[in-house]
Structures are given as structure tokens and as C-alpha cells.
Design a protein around this ligand. Structure first.
Ligand code: HEM
Ligand SMILES: *[C@@H]1O[C@H](CO)[C@@H](O)[C@H](O)[C@H]1NC(C)=O
Ligand SMILES: *[C@@H]1O[C@H](CO)[C@@H](O)[C@H](O)[C@H]1NC(C)=O
Ligand SMILES: *[C@@H]1O[C@H](CO)[C@@H](O)[C@H](O)[C@H]1NC(C)=O
Length: 338
């Protein structure tokens, strides 16, 4: 025990020194104590190692990049970017993985575990699981044709998971007001950040259960959602019949299913958003003068979307990060505290 606690202290001191270097490098300008060169001395190949694991995983799963960026989102919106999502249930503390937005939905935790194992082999005890999620999100976007950005690093992994808070993640049936509120609660804004980050629905898959109300009984009206294009509704009704399998998968963006581009926004302009929470950004009465003009701007300029997306991803990656070594650690395995 004594030796493990003294090695903990050495690691903590090292982390504190690195954090100090970070502040110098960032010139005090960064919102959080994170920096791009955090692992430059302690694990210089960290990015390349994660990239290698992702490229390999993509060979057998074209959806993996979409799934991985979603993990980072679901981590950051619950207790901040602290890898709380990745912890398994222990000591009666139920895992976030079991909360409604994640269960039978969030996937490819195993790819993060594989990246973690590769990093532990190269530089044991150095790269946090929360940082792996942030790195994997950026690589995923870039390898899908989207923008790259400098990933800020130096997050520590937390000691707790919060099942209840995970139940309050933004939901597909939330109204625009609720979505805005939830983004603000997460210290993001309910306009540019909400619209830009929702643009991640330009790739990946979605289950029928999240659109059946819109197809057959919108908001208890027994009618389809009036903001759903009739031709898209006909297409989706074929794929998602009224009493069909709610778990069958669809493309979030049928025009370019695995490509990170601006088509999410061009779809919204012609009432071809999949989720209610997608289409509301353009069609909700509250969207007029708020989110709708941003949708239009991104539909008109991929460059504007990519810049805003990178900026908002960096903001999201800064949510309530842990840098104080008494409040976090670098986990050895992402599903367990050390
Ligand atoms: C604005 C509020 C949001 C809501 C209500 C929402 C909701 C959803 C839902 C319901 C799904 C489908 C899950 C399933 O069928 O199992 C989904 C998938 C996805 N979401 Fe979101 N999301 C939101 C924001 C975001 C953000 C901010 C990101 C990332 C920056 C993101 C990335 C994704 C991706 C990439 C997928 C596809 C995942 C896959 O194929 O495995 N979403 N989202
Ligand atoms: C979980 O988060 C909620 C806020 O959503 C908070 O009230 C509660 O104390 C947290 N629980 C734990 C175990 O941290
Ligand atoms: C949206 O927020 C309102 C008021 O805060 C709440 O009553 C309602 O249940 C929320 N809707 C959803 C879908 O979360
Ligand atoms: C859903 O129905 C309620 C009343 O039944 C109404 O207040 C609300 O605006 C409707 N929501 C949408 C998105 O149409």
C-alpha cells in the first residue's frame, strides 16, 4: 500500500508539473488548464497510437467513427469530460452506460479499451481515458472528411459515474427550449454550439424507435410530424413500419451516410432531418432568428460549419474537466477506478 501511495504521489507531482508547463504554453488564454502538448514528453506517440487503433477498428465497422464521437459527447455532458461514462457499476454506483440515452445505443466502448491497452503498453499510467475520448473524437471527424483541430489535453479521469444525470442528456423528443437549456447548463450556448454540434448527425446510424412518433402519431395527434418532408416520410415509413422492429437502423444522413460534411444542414433545409430534435433547429417557431439562420449559414458554407464545429468541439472538451490530482487520476483500465 505504502509503495502504491508513494508512486501515486510521484505521478501526482509529475501531473502538477506538467499542468504548470501547460499554463505557460497556453499563455493563460485557455479556459481550462488543458494544453495541446500535454503528452509531448511523457507519451509523444499518443495521438498516433489512438489513430492506429481507430483505423483498424474502421476496417470492420464503417460506423465506428460516428459511435466514438458520440461517446465523447455523452461523457462531457455528464459531470464533465471525466470518462465517467466508461466506468462499470461498482459499490452500488450504477454506470452511466445503463442510463436510457446510452443503453442499447452508445457503442464501441471496446475500441477505447483497445486504445487504452495500447497506450498502457507504450507509456503506462500516463494518458487518461477522458483524453482518449477527446483524441478519438477528433480523429474520427478528420478520417471521415471533416475538420481537424488541436485537441486540448490533460484531463484526469474521475472517480464516479452518475446514472441519474446521464438520464438527463439531450433527448430526441426535447423541444428546442429544452435543448437550449441543456446546452447552457453544460456551459455551451444554445445557438451556435447547439447547431454546430448537432451537425455531428451528418454521419452514423439511428434506430427506428426514435422516428416512429414522427411518422405515425406526432405529439399525440395521430398524424405525422408536419415538419417532416412527405417524400422522406414515405421513405422512412418503408424502413420503419408502424409495428416493426424499433431497433432497426437507418442512416442519420442518407445522402452521405459515413461522410462528415454539411449535408445534415442541407437536409434540414428541405425538412429531411431524422430526429425531431434535428428538424426543430430549422422549423420550430422559436428557431426563427435564433438557430434557423445558423442552419442556413452552415448549409451554405461547409467552411463556416467546419470552423464552428471545431470551435464548439474544443468548448465541449473543456466542460468541467478535472486537472486537480486530488480529484482525479489516470485510470489503468477505463471501466475501473485504480
Ligand atoms: C442536440 C442534442 C442531441 C440529441 C437529442 C441527440 C440524439 C441522438 C440519438 C437519439 C441518436 C441515435 C441513437 C440510437 O439510435 O441508438 C444519436 C446518434 C448520434 N449522435 Fe446525437 N444527439 C444530440 C447531439 C449530438 C452531439 C452534440 C453529437 C456529437 C458532437 C452527436 C453525435 C451523434 C452521432 C455521431 C450519432 C450516431 C452514432 C452511431 O452511429 O453510433 N449527437 N443522437
Ligand atoms: C448526480 O448528478 C445530480 C445532478 O444531476 C446530483 O444532484 C447528484 O448528487 C449526483 N450524484 C452523484 C452520486 O454524484
Ligand atoms: C422540457 O422542459 C419542461 C420545463 O422545464 C419540462 O416540463 C418538460 O418535461 C421537458 N421536456 C422534455 C422532453 O424533457
Ligand atoms: C404538442 O402538443 C402540446 C399540446 O397538446 C402543445 O402545447 C405543443 O406545442 C405541441 N408540440 C409540438 C412540437 O407541436
Amino acid at each position: 500500500m505504502a509503495s502504491s501511495s508513494s508512486s501515486f504521489r510521484v505521478a501526482a507531482t509529475l501531473a502538477a508539473l506538467l499542468a504548470a508547463v501547460c499554463v505557460l504554453h497556453a499563455g493563460g488564454a485557455a479556459a481550462a488548464d488543458l494544453c495541446v502538448d500535454y503528452y509531448d514528453c511523457t507519451c509523444p506517440d499518443a495521438y498516433k497510437i489512438v489513430q492506429g487503433v481507430l483505423v483498424q477498428a474502421h476496417k470492420s465497422d464503417p460506423r465506428v467513427f460516428a459511435s466514438l464521437i458520440r461517446l465523447h459527447f455523452h461523457d462531457c455532458f455528464v459531470q464533465g469530460c471525466d470518462a465517467s461514462l466508461l466506468l462499470d457499476t461498482f459499490n452500488g454506483m450504477e454506470t452511466e452506460k445503463d442510463a436510457i440515452p446510452n443503453k442499447n445505443s452508445a457503442r464501441r466502448y471496446d475500441v477505447i479499451d483497445t486504445a487504452k491497452a495500447a497506450l498502457e503498453a507504450a507509456c503506462p499510467g500516463v494518458v487518461s481515458c477522458a483524453d482518449i475520448l477527446a483524441i478519438a473524437a477528433e480523429i474520427s471527424v478528420q478520417l471521415s472528411g471533416g475538420p481537424g483541430w488541436s485537441v486540448l489535453l490533460g484531463r484526469l479521469d474521475g472517480f464516479t459515474s452518475n446514472f441519474t444525470e446521464a438520464g438527463n442528456l439531450p433527448g430526441p423528443f426535447d423541444g428546442l427550449k429544452n435543448l437550449t437549456d441543456k446546452f447552457k447548463l453544460a456551459t455551451l450556448d444554445g445557438t451556435t454550439d447547439l447547431v454546430a454540434l448537432s451537425g455531428a448527425h451528418t454521419f452514423g446510424r439511428v434506430q427506428c424507435q426514435f422516428v416512429t412518433d414522427r411518422l405515425y402519431n406526432f405529439n399525440g395527434t395521430n398524424r405525422p410530424d408536419p415538419t417532416l418532408s412527405p417524400s422522406y416520410r414515405a421513405f422512412l415509413s418503408q424502413r420503419c413500419p408502424m409495428n416493426g422492429n424499433g431497433q432497426s437502423l437507418n442512416d442519420l444522413d442518407p445522402t452521405t451516410p459515413d461522410k462528415f460534411d454539411k449535408n445534415y444542414f442541407t437536409n434540414l433545409k428541405v425538412n429531411r432531418g431524422f430526429l425531431q430534435s434535428d428538424q426543430e433547429l430549422k422549423s420550430d417557431p422559436l428557431a426563427v432568428g435564433t438557430t434557423a439562420p445558423i442552419v442556413d449559414r452552415f448549409a451554405g458554407s461547409q467552411d463556416a460549419f467546419f470552423k464552428a464545429f471545431a470551435n464548439s468541439m474544443i468548448k465541449m472538451g473543456n466542460i468541467r474537466v478535472i486537472t486537480d490530482p486530488s480529484k482525479g487520476e489516470v485510470r489503468k483500465r477505463c471501466a475501473f477506478i485504480n
